[in-house]
Write a protein that binds this ligand. Structure first.
Ligand SMILES: *Cc1c(COP(=O)(O)O)cnc(C)c1O
Length: 398
């Protein structure tokens, strides 16, 4: 960190690629470091990975990929090519192959990049089902055709939850048509649910809740996992995972099975309780406990910012917290609704970061009130400033 003069960051946003993903577990760090000075047969290592992933997920087989986005592209490519190496090398030209991937319209999310591009990268086409606010079985029935190669389903807070077809019903219809279902579970704790329900493949990020290095896990049907792995002779080369990523992900997966989840919950609960009482005293802020959108065992604090009383908009508060030292990154998905979320799961234990967060929020609000310099940056202006900052890279970090 010191070598590069980097801004120290307190992460209460969640597990975000742009913030360095997760706190990597010591077991994963050790495993990744130890393998660096060894040679091995990667195919053999991935065969061992298959066993470890299969045990953890209840799948027939599994493989470690560069990340979840990569797993999605490889899974779709594998469904298109099967074990045919000529087709593997032909992609992303999909001539002569089934190439349509159906996905509920409300699942066309953006996790930093659009999911539909992960489909197109394989050479496939996206067929959106229904509308953003509703996908029914008849939309799915109508879209499935002899060109359908796979169906994609996303479980995530990013997904529009209204009027969504349940995974179970989605799987049943796809199975009846012989179409494999790929479930994007990148950020979900439930390692077994979708496969137990009959999904063909499930995808997890190693660098999110699992606390691994940057990697993805693809688990499920043996033939489909094999075909996805074969893509390393084709488009998979562009998204390869190295030995450190593979063993690090496996170590994190093992550690997850052995972790004292209750102790983690208790620690996070103490942080949430501390924030609830500390922030209640800050003018214009209403803190509330907020259960995770998709039922992961995470509780966050949802802060409603009343700009008339707090003297600044939610997005101004977030921007000022991020501009400080240490920078504090809050969860920002719903800033435009005046909501700031604090996520306790990536705080570094024993560093007192939670107290710094509460104190800095209070200071920013009181400073804005005293200086009367808040409530001036419109949502559109804030968005424009953020965009300009990204487009000005790398000069924006000088
Ligand atoms: C994070 C996320 C992804 C991308 O995962 P990576 O492993 O970072 O590529 C895809 N889908 C969902 C739902 C996510 O939350």
């Amino acid at each position: 960190m010191r070598d590069f003069g980097l801004t120290p960051v307190i992460n209460v946003a969640g597990t975000m690629t742009a913030l360095g993903a997760s706190l990597v577990r010591p077991e994963a760090i050790e495993a990744a470091a130890a393998i660096q000075s060894e040679f091995l047969l990667i195919d053999e290592l991935q065969a061992r990975a298959s066993d470890v992933i299969a045990r953890a997920t209840g799948a027939e087989a599994g493989v470690v990929t560069a990340c979840s986005a990569a797993a999605m592209t490889l899974a779709i490519a594998g469904a298109m090519t099967g074990p045919d190496l000529a087709k593997v090398e032909q992609l992303p030209d999909s001539s002569g192959m089934k190439d349509e991937v159906v996905i509920p319209a409300g699942h066309l999310i953006n996790y930093g990049a659009p999911i539909e591009q992960a489909v197109r990268l394989a050479g496939a086409k996206v067929v959106a089902l229904g509308s953003v606010a509703g996908c029914t079985d008849h939309h799915l029935q109508q879209a499935l055709s002899e060109n359908t190669v796979a169906a994609l389903f996303v479980v995530s807070h990013h997904v529009e939850q209204r009027g969504a077809l349940e995974l179970e019903a989605f799987i049943a219809t796809c199975r009846a048509h012989g179409v494999p279902v790929i479930v994007d579970m990148a950020s979900e704790y439930d390692l077994r649910g979708p496969l137990a329900m009959g999904a063909s493949l499930a995808i997890y990020s190693a660098h999110k809740f699992l606390g691994g290095p940057t990697a993805g896990l693809l688990a499920g049907d043996k033939a489909l996992v094999q075909a996805a792995y074969l893509q390393n002779h084709g488009i998979g080369r562009q998204m390869k995972v190295g030995k450190e990523g593979i063993v690090g992900a496996l170590a994190a997966l093992r550690a997850w099975g052995e972790r004292d989840h209750q102790a983690v919950r208790a620690r996070e609960e103490a942080v949430v309780a501390g924030w609830m009482s500390a922030l209640a005293a800050t003018p214009g802020l209403t803190p509330e406990r907020h259960a995770d959108w998709t039922g992961n065992p995470i509780e966050r604090v949802k802060i409603t910012v009343d700009p008339k009383v707090a003297g600044l908009f939610a997005w101004e508060l977030a921007a000022r917290l991020l501009a400080g030292r240490p920078a504090i990154a809050v969860r920002d998905d719903l800033l435009e609704q005046g909501l700031v979320f604090l996520d306790p799961c990536n705080l570094r234990p024993g560093k007192g970061e939670e107290a710094i967060v509460a104190q800095r929020i209070d200071e920013e609000v009181r400073a804005a009130l005293e200086r009367a310099d808040g409530g001036k940056l419109s949502l559109a202006d804030w968005r424009r400033a953020r965009l300009e900052h990204s487009l000005a890279w790398p000069a924006s970090f000088r």
